[in-house]
Design a protein around this ligand. Sequence first.
Ligand code: FES
Length: 107
Amino acid sequence: MVNLKIKTQNNEFNLTKEEGTNLKDIIKSEYIDFKFPCGGKGICGRCKVNVIKGANAPTKPEEKKISADELEQGKRLACCFNLNSDTEIELTEKTSGLLGSIFKNKK
Ligand code: FES
């Protein structure tokens, strides 16, 4: 199990998840209001998040859709990012375009 901290503009959430869990699956299962325009296929490059801690090697879609500078700054595609250690991510207005009501149906 790994610890995941998700920071938003207004909130911070701490979760425990199985190692290898995909970040898109977590965002969806936690009802986070975040768009995956291509359905999470790694095609559109629009599901960028900031990985503050726990970044692993970028996947091929991430290498195609994220510049080297952005990768260095911690930008990743939520749909292509799997947890492999304790991780901290940040969802910003710029990356999600939706913030304000991030957890619309939080359990
Ligand atoms: S949703 Fe399109 S690249 Fe992630």
